[in-house]
Design a protein around this ligand. Structure first.
Ligand code: NAD
Length: 273
């Protein structure tokens, strides 16, 4: 269903790797709501070629950019502005990568060189994107930036490893830059804290299957699917949420405020007949 909530709006979507990606679903939802898009991902991800299917579906160009490279980001915003014939109204940051998780290092034994890369790709990249846009004055007044995060920033989920620290930093950057960009140009910046979701990045976390079942049992509404996350992004890019900024917004079916659920208790200790 489309209400044309994003008619006339132009946005850059980072992080659509394949059709499971939250960014992929968000691009489809934004397109259905009338937005014009530019898709971007790291050159290595583009070589997989999957993104070309999405590009065709949403009639958007694909521009490669490694989010840790300032020259790439500058080119991305320059080319996007040409494509849009003007400024950008919204940006989705849907990027995460942990080298220590990928290489099976325990949190107590982190390799710090990998850790630096993880923090750069997964968290400081939001600062890099915002700074590039800021210096080029590339985001329009009342523009909206959303980055995706996870509740391990607030509470311990041991297997989430160094990504917990990366998400805490990401959320802090959203707040700190949200202040600056709000004052300067009424640009709003928020993070959405999403339920565990079966994607390439999500499935990289150890014990993911058990974990997704646990979250499902703990959430009164059940885990929020990627499609619903895409809809939430649309609402934050739309003019209906113009005074929401610097927030970490839970999109998790109620998981974050549930202490324990009957479903979890029953799975530990089934009720006696
Ligand atoms: N899947 C989950 O359970 C879950 C839950 C909460 C939050 N998130 C967050 O959602 C976001 C999207 O992840 P996803 O689950 O859709 O997985 P995904 O694997 O589909 O997306 C991750 C993206 O990051 C991109 N990326 C990695 N390094 C990059 C770089 N140097 N430059 C540019 N892009 C780079 C990848 O190419 C990929 O497209 C991430 O921030 C993730 O942490 C995911």
């Amino acid at each position: 269903m489309s209400n044309n909530l994003l008619a006339g709006k132009k946005g850059i979507i980072f992080g659509a790797l394949d059709e499971k990606s939250i960014a992929w679903k968000t691009a489809l939802a934004c397109h259905a709501q009338g937005a014009q898009l530019v898709l971007t991902n790291a050159p290595v991800a583009l070589r997989m070629g999957e993104i070309n299917k999405l590009a065709e579906a949403v009639q958007a160009p694909v521009i490669g950019a490694d989010v840790t490279n300032m020259d790439d980001l500058k080119k991305l915003f320059e080319e996007s502005q040409k494509q849009f014939n003007g400024g950008v109204d919204f940006v989705l940051h849907s990027i995460g990568m942990s080298l220590n998780v990928r290489k099976g290092k325990h949190y107590t034994e982190l390799d710090y060189e990998w850790n630096k890369k993880t923090l750069d790709i997964s968290a400081m990249s939001l600062h890099r994107v915002l700074r590039t846009a800021w210096e080029m004055d590339a985001i329009n007044e009342w523009g909206s930036v959303v980055a995706l995060t996870y509740i391990a920033a607030q509470r311990v989920f041991p297997d989430y490893n160094e990504m917990a620290d990366a998400k805490a930093l990401l959320e802090s950057v959203a707040r700190s830059f949200g202040y600056q960009y709000g004052v300067k140009k009424k640009v709003r910046i928020n993070t959405i804290s999403q339920s565990p979701t079966r994607t390439t990045a999500g499935s990289g976390v150890k014990g993911f299957d058990a974990f997704i079942d646990y979250a499902e049992k703990m959430s009164p509404l059940g885990n929020a699917p990627a499609e619903a996350c895409a809809d939430y992004c649309v609402s934050l890019f739309s003019d209906l949420t113009r005074y929401v900024t610097m927030q970490n917004l839970f999109h998790d079916g109620g998981f974050s405020l549930t202490g324990v659920s009957e479903a979890v208790i029953n799975s530990i200790m089934p009720p006696s007949e």
